[in-house]
Structures are given as structure tokens and as C-alpha cells.
Design a protein around this ligand. Structure first.
Ligand SMILES: [Zn+2]
Length: 671
């Protein structure tokens, strides 16, 4: 029998025939597809023809269809509907795939042909998009080390494998510290804690083999404990253990690992011809240079710190009213902030929830896309990988645009979090491919399914990513949809969240599950006001981490990262009652791999843009201004990575983004 992963799909819109695929099909299909892909790459590398854009760069843009099919189906089910067989396959596939793709970058014959085409990029008759794809392809090879020879090449390989080991060690040490520590609680210690926390503490105690409840360093337990426990002594003990993760001495200490990692990164950047690791990392980002990142962070730092200091005074007074003298300490902040939140913005989750029905929120996200971009959504009956998945055909003026799939409910076979991926990306080369896009979430099932306000934001966020994929209109797959710089990719998603907060959207779609009545205006206002609460604290802990990350990589690697961290915090005047969101020994974004190294800033960079971009609508005719919507599609949602992100943003907004809208959105603007 033929393997369904390797045959041509004759399903509606060529969606993968999930009902015909068995787990046992994956391994043989992957081997065949990898061999076919390798043969295709070898043919490009070993061709006798004079290298041209068409026979090198464009040929690389027509990936082996079998490999695309196997991977898109496998990644879909491995993330959203796993089982022991699929987990085993994943362990088997990861090193195979890593080896396959790094062999392409390391292929000297292929690089020679790419370089030949690149060296003549000024004399060839190429479109802007082709020029961009050529530049990105060549740059990708160079950054991967393809241009290095002899001893330098060998050293690069050594550095890469050592860095991979250090990243894994860092993560495992952190997990060990988080796993080992716990604090047993007596029944009295539970007084005043909310029911969900009492239950979680009991479950944690049981898991540790204790007779009674316990607090562990799991974020879902420690954070609410610091928020709700009135026992200052216990909060202090728990907080100190939490803050010391990765810095407890002995086998699991991460400080030496951090120092060696920074040193090797610097050497790697220098081998590739960059002054610093930050310069190497930021070259591919919208920010481009460390100075741009520092400027932005410092513009946000000052007002955030001022707000945090004002908030600290209020909290300190609350503490004194409790009869405690002395300074507000880091283990006091969350506790008094929670008390203050209750007093000033009391929102009863139970009262709020019936207004956020999943089906109504899906409708709301679709309705905004109809009003902004003219998209229509029609339910589609196709076999998918799980019965909870739903599909829609997306059209515009009667023309097919995309297939959108929603897989909304939590289940044990799904990894946590929420994400958007393309089972098929938009492209017109080598043939027209329309997108098949999926949003995966972890909402609680129910009848009707009800969301929290945060869940509803997540739904809009992921749908924003989906629009970036579905409205993509480029020639080549490598720059399609969300294939853009890391500090640009969250713009469409975070921007779309703003439409949830538009009063007329909430007014129309936030209706009570039982009575059908719209959410009372006064409740809606409270929901919106609560979103800026304690932003001084949140911004300070985040920006401090981002500045330390940048300082680590923007210059010679520090011999003692802890001393460097202290120096940066001293220089910016870190408020005493707040610590970094992630201190160096447990800063996994930066040290578990290099994904977010000198890139932790990018969350805020995107937020600056989304706030500024939404303001463009408000300045024009409002949230549904049609000219702005057209510009958003023309310059951002349809363009993928076909142009430099700063150029794209400027085309949409008429200028680069400023921080004012973000400060206003976080309640940090000068009052
Ligand atoms: Zn996102």
C-alpha cells in the first residue's frame, strides 16, 4: 500500500488526509522524504550549469513536496495530539532533521554557487522580492559559517556543539533546582489562601510524599503563594529560594555556564566578522543595532521606574497599616499589590466569565476580519487529527483565500500554551499554494465553553498571527506570512488584541451565556481599567532583564556575569523592592539556547509597534477605518518578509514607531 504521507492529496483544498494516516507511516515516510530532499539539494549543488538566480536560489525555494507533507502533518500531531509513539518518533526525528538541515548550510559546493549569484546581484535583472530572497539566502549561509575554511571552520563546529551542551546543562540545572526545593506547610499556614491554592498546595505535598501541604518553585504555585499568603516569614523563605534558582552552589549552579556561554558567543561572532554577539544577532532584526534597543528600553525605563516608586509608597503605607515597620521588600510586593487590586479594581471572575463564550469570541474575531479586510468564513466539513478541531473556508468576494482551523480545547495530549502554525504556507512559486492555517489553544471545555478575559485576548492574538499567514501575498515560501524578523513577528498578533477591547466589539459579542444580555457598561469599563494595574512593577522587572541581556552581549564577554548584572542594575537605579524578572542563573530565554539572547527586548519592541499602529486607526476614523485597514494589509499583513521591517512599518505609518502610545497603554504616560 502506498504511504498516504507521500502521495498527492486529493482532499478538499488538499488538506492532509488525517483519517488515512497511521503513526507507523511517519518513520518510513521521513526517511524517503529526507533522501529525496537530499538528492534535490545535491543536484542543485553539483550542477554544471553557470549559477543563476533560477537554478540556485529559486531552485532552493521549491522544496521537496514529500518532506513538506511529512513535516507539516507530524508537527501538527506531535504538538497538539501526542501519544507515546509520537513522542518516541519525535526523539528519533529531532537529531535526524538537525543533521539534515545543518548539512545543507555546511555544503561548500552549494555555498559556492549561492555566493556566485550573490556576487552578481547588482548586474542581474531581478525583482525587489528576488533581490531580498537572494540577500537572505546568502546571509543565512554566511551566518551559519559556510564561508569559513580550515581551522576557523573546525573551531566554529567546536563552539556550536559546546554551546548546545551548555544550553542543555543550563536547562537541566534549573529544572533540578526547581524540582528539589519545597517548603512544608502546616494546616494553619493555609489560612486565608484561596481554595485553588489550598488544593494545589495539598497536591504538591502529596507529590513530595509529605503528610501535609507544601509550596514548591513551580510558577503556578509560588506566584499565587507570594500574592495571597499573609505570613511574611513564609513569603520571605519562599521568595529567597525562588530568586536563588541556578545559584545554589554545587552541581546545579549555572553561573560558570553563563560565563562560558557568553565567552563562546563572543568568539563565534568574531569568527563571523562581527564586533560583538549583539551586533551579529541584531543584524537580522528590525532594531538592527544595540543602540536602538538601548534607546527604546531607556525611554520606557524612566517612566516605569517613576510609576513603580510611586506604587511602592502606597504599598509601604499599606504594610505599615498592618503594623509592620521597615522597608517594603521584594517578598511583600505581590501580596500588597493584590490587596490593592482587590480594593481598587475588584473583578469577580465568576461574574465575568459567562460573558466570554468561546463561540461568541470566535465570531467576534471573524467579524472584525470581515469589517477590516472583507474576509468571509464558512464552516468546512473535513477529517482532522482530533474531533475537537473545527475548520472554515476563508473567502473574499467569492474567491478562495485560505483554510482556517481552530483546535481550542485543552487535553492531556496537547502541549501547554497557544500557537499558530501554517500546515501549508502561501506562495506562488513553483505553483500557487493557498494557506492552511491552524490556531491551537488550551481553553477549558464546557457547555457552553467559557473563557476568561485573558483567554479571549489569546484567541485574538493567535488569530492575528493567522491573518498574517492567510493574507500573505508573496512569490516565495521562505518569506511568506510570519517568516519575518523576530522583533516584527508579534506585531500582527499583538495588534489584533486591540480589537477585542473596542467597546462596540465587546458590546456586541460579550453576551451572557444564559440571559443573552450584553456585558454591562460599568463591568466593561472595570475590565479595561484593570489591564494597566501594577504596570510599573511589571515593566521594571522586564526592562531590567532586557537591559542586562543586552549588556552581556554588547561588548567583551564579562568574566563574571553576576558582577556585570549588579553593575547594570546599580547604574539604572533598580528599585529596592523589585528584582529582575529573570536573574542570570535562571534566565532561560538567554542561556537555555540562543533564541532570545540579546533578543529579550523584542517583546517590548513589538508592544511599542502594536500600540503605535493601533493609534493610527484611532487617529483616522476609528478601529474600523477602511483606509488604515487597507494600508495594514498592503504593507504588513500581505508582505511577509519581502522587505525590511522598518521600511514596511514606515510605509504603513508614515514614520517609525514611537513609545508614547505604549506608555499610554501601560498607564505610564506623564499625567
Ligand atoms: Zn504570538
Amino acid at each position: 500500500m502506498t504511504n498516504p504521507l507521500l502521495s498527492q492529496w486529493d482532499t478538499p483544498f488538499e488538506i492532509a488526509p488525517f483519517d488515512q494516516i497511521q503513526d507507523s507511516d511517519f518513520a518510513p515516510a521521513l526517511d524517503i522524504a529526507l533522501a529525496a530532499d537530499k538528492a534535490q539539494i545535491d543536484a542543485i549543488a553539483q550542477s554544471d550549469e553557470v549559477p543563476t538566480f533560477a537554478n540556485v536560489i529559486e531552485a532552493l525555494e521549491a522544496p521537496c513536496p514529500e518532506l513538506e507533507q511529512v513535516l507539516s502533518v507530524f508537527y501538527s500531531v506531535a504538538g497538539a495530539d501526542s501519544n507515546p509513539a509520537r513522542e518516541a518518533l519525535q526523539r528519533e526525528f529531532s537529531p535526524k532533521l538537525a543533521a539534515h538541515f545543518s548539512a545543507i548550510t555546511a555544503n561548500k559546493a552549494l555555498y559556492a554557487r549561492v555566493k556566485y549569484v550573490w556576487d552578481q546581484h547588482n548586474t542581474q535583472d531581478l525583482s525587489d522580492e528576488q533581490q531580498r530572497v537572494l540577500m537572505l539566502t546568502h546571509r543565512g549561509f554566511v551566518r551559519g559559517g559556510a564561508a569559513l575554511e580550515g581551522a576557523e571552520d573546525a573551531r566554529m563546529q567546536e563552539i556550536k556543539s559546546r554551546l548546545a551542551i551548555l544550553g542543555t546543562d543550563f536547562t537541566q540545572n534549573l529544572l533540578a533546582d526547581e524540582r528539589d526545593w519545597f517548603m512544608a506547610l502546616s494546616e494553619d499556614d493555609l489560612t486565608g489562601l484561596p481554595q485553588f491554592l489550598v488544593e494545589a498546595a495539598r497536591a504538591a505535598g502529596q507529590e513530595k510524599g509529605l503528610d501535609g501541604p507544601a509550596v514548591t518553585l513551580s510558577r503556578s504555585l509560588i506566584t499565587p503563594f507570594l500574592k495571597f499568603s499573609s505570613r511574611r516569614d513564609l513569603r520571605k523563605r519562599a521568595f529567597e529560594a525562588w530568586a536563588a534558582r541556578g545559584a545554589n552552589g554545587g552541581e546545579s549552579d549555572n553561573r560558570e555556564i553563563a560565563a562560558e556561554t557568553l565567552k563562546l558567543r563572543e568568539e563565534r561572532a568574531k569568527l563571523l566578522g562581527y564586533e560583538t554577539f549583539a551586533a551579529y544577532k541584531l543584524e537580522t532584526e528590525m532594531a538592527k543595532a544595540p543602540s536602538a534597543v538601548r534607546d527604546l528600553l531607556m525611554q520606557v525605563w524612566k517612566p516605569a521606574k517613576a510609576q513603580a516608586e510611586a506604587d511602592a509608597k502606597v504599598l509601604n503605607k499599606m504594610m505599615r497599616d498592618d503594623g509592620i515597620n521597615g522597608d517594603l521588600e521584594p517578598w511583600d510586593w505581590r501580596y500588597y499589590a493584590e490587596k490593592r487590586r482587590k480594593a481598587e479594581h475588584d473583578l469577580d471572575e465568576a461574574e465575568l466569565k459567562p460573558y466570554f463564550q468561546l463561540d461568541r469570541m470566535i465570531e467576534a474575531s471573524f467579524d472584525c476580519a470581515t469589517r477590516l479586510f472583507g474576509l468571509e468564513f464558512k464552516p468546512l466539513d473535513v477529517a482532522l487529527y482530533h474531533e475537537d478541531c473545527r475548520a472554515w473556508e476563508v473567502t473574499r468576494n467569492g474567491q478562495h483565500v485560505a483554510v482556517f482551523i481552530g483546535d481550542y480545547f485543552a487535553r492531556s495530549s496537547k502541549r501547554s500554551g497557544a500557537w499558530c502554525s501554517a500546515m501549508r504556507s502561501q506562495a506562488t512559486y513553483p505553483e500557487v499554494a493557498t494557506p492552511v492555517v491552524i490556531n491551537v489553544c488550551n481553553f477549558a471545555k464546557g457547555d457552553p465553553a467559557l473563557l476568561s478575559y485573558d483567554d479571549a485576548r489569546t484567541l485574538f492574538h493567535e488569530f492575528g498571527h493567522a491573518l498574517h499567514q492567510m493574507l500573505s501575498n508573496v512569490t516565495y515560501e521562505s518569506i511568506s506570512g510570519t517568516s519575518v524578523a523576530r522583533d516584527f513577528v508579534e506585531l500582527p498578533s499583538q495588534l489584533y488584541e486591540h480589537w477585542l477591547d473596542v467597546p462596540e466589539v465587546l458590546g456586541k459579542f460579550a453576551t451572557h451565556a444564559e440571559t443573552g444580555a450584553p456585558m454591562p457598561v460599568e463591568m466593561r469599563d472595570r475590565v479595561l481599567a484593570a489591564s494597566t494595574f501594577d504596570m510599573g512593577f511589571q515593566t521594571v522587572e522586564y526592562v531590567a532583564s532586557a537591559l542586562v541581556d543586552l549588556a552581556f552581549h554588547d561588548g567583551p564577554a564579562p568574566r563574571d556575569p553576576m558582577a556585570k548584572q549588579a553593575e547594570v542594575l546599580e547604574k539604572i537605579g533598580m528599585p529596592k523592592a523589585i528584582i529582575m524578572r529573570h536573574a542570570t542563573p535562571h534566565f532561560a530565554h538567554v542561556f537555555a539556547g540562543d533564541g532570545y539572547s540579546s533578543g529579550y527586548y523584542s517583546y517590548m519592541w513589538s508592544e511599542v509597534m502594536d500600540a503605535d499602529a493601533f493609534e493610527a486607526f484611532e487617529e483616522a476614523g476609528g478601529a474600523f477605518d477602511s483606509e488604515r485597514a487597507e494600508a495594514l494589509e498592503a504593507h504588513i499583513l500581505s508582505t511577509g518578509g519581502s522587505r525590511d521591517p522598518a521600511e514596511l512599518y514606515t510605509a504603513f505609518r508614515g514614520r517609525l514607531p514611537g513609545v508614547d502610545a505604549l506608555l499610554k497603554g501601560r498607564g505610564l504616560a506623564a499625567k
